[in-house]
Design a protein around this ligand. Structure first.
Ligand SMILES: Nc1ncnc2c1ncn2[C@@H]1O[C@H](COP(=O)(O)OP(=O)(O)OP(=O)(O)O)[C@@H](O)[C@H]1O
Length: 305
């Protein structure tokens, strides 16, 4: 992926209300019914709580391949992501977590259904428009930090905006840097930083343009437990103190325990939704959903402190 695809600008978010993102389509039957009854335009607000949505999808279906080899990675998924919340996406390997994230972020095309980022329907946009939308309105954090080795931490943080020719909002960037505790690391190059510090720089880069939505795909996957826990608390702070919206794909119940709500996927469908999770309640739910045998790493490392 080009660095340009992950660039952003200084989008000003509205004040963030403090309610949970919501989700419809829990369970296969419900998902199908919801898909069938979904009007052409979906609400722009979480109507129960009256807050704007950062993203939403209706009847989102993604199939790979053709004929007998078709894999239905997502099967008529309905999902609402309310602004200002931290949502974790969990599920067994191959359940469609990354595909959901990629479709919501406009990184992948959909086979059927609709996706909105804020009020903008992104399904049907041309690649060029999608690139601009991702650059301007979305922040990304990946397992591999994707930092440029020749640039300092400070330069990496503002690189996407520099590429896009946008002036960083200095006050905001300073707030992000201080929140993430990177002030005394700004002149260091990635090789001079620990894994946790590098991921914090990647986190700052995702936050720097104040995007509408931050997608994090296994952001702790390459980190030791301490650094992983640190990054999770910074994502938590990004939501609580900087009023950002985060969607994180993870396999780890401990990591999901830092979120406000967990979406559970299985076979391309949302099969459950949990509010105010802890590592223990997530693990219990995973056991229940998998018939007592969750294929997950341990939960000790990334518990909420
Ligand atoms: N480019 C592709 N071509 C064909 N099949 C794909 C492609 N990408 C994903 N799939 C399939 O779609 C399904 C969902 O994949 P996805 O990567 O979204 O799952 P996941 O839950 O993120 O898995 P993991 O936890 O292992 O990363 C899987 O069956 C996968 O093999």
């Amino acid at each position: 992926m080009n660095p340009d695809d992950r660039t952003y600008d200084g989008y000003q978010r509205p004040r963030t209300p403090s309610i949970l993102a919501s989700c419809t389509g829990v369970g296969a039957a419900t998902t199908r019914e919801a898909a069938l009854s979904t009007p052409a335009t979906a609400p722009t607000h979480d109507q129960a709580a009256d807050v704007p949505l950062a993203a939403r999808a209706r009847a989102l279906t993604k199939a790979y391949g053709r004929g007998e080899t078709t894999v239905r990675a997502l099967d008529a998924v309905d999902v609402d992501i309310a602004r200002g919340r931290f949502t974790a996406v969990m599920g067994p390997s191959g359940s469609g977590k990354s595909t959901l994230m990629h479709c919501l972020a406009g990184l992948d095309t959909v086979s059927a259904g609709q996706v909105w980022l804020g009020d903008t329907e992104i399904t049907g946009l041309k690649e060029r428009e999608l690139t601009r939308l991702r650059r301007d309105r979305i922040g990304f954090m990946f397992q591999a930090f994707n930092l440029l080795p020749t640039l300092t931490a400070a330069e990496n943080i503002t690189l996407p905006m520099d590429i896009a020719g946008r002036k960083p909002d200095r006050e905001w960037v300073d707030q992000v840097i201080d929140t993430l505790g990177l002030r005394d690391r700004l002149r260091h190059r990635p090789a001079e930083l620990s894994g946790g510090q590098q991921q914090r720089v990647a986190c700052a880069r995702a936050l720097a343009s104040r995007p509408e939505l931050i997608f994090a795909d296994e952001p702790t996957g390459n980190l030791d437990s301490r650094a992983g826990a640190e990054v999770l608390s910074f994502l938590r702070e990004a939501v609580d103190r900087l009023e950002q919206t985060v969607v994180m794909v993870t396999h780890d119940p401990g990591a999901a325990g830092h979120s406000d709500q967990v979406l559970f996927l299985a076979d391309g469908r949302i099969v459950d939704l949990m509010q105010d999770p802890t590592a223990e309640t997530v693990l219990d739910r995973m056991r229940l959903l998998s018939g007592g045998n969750p294929q997950t790493p341990g939960t000790d490392s990334l518990r909420k402190s």
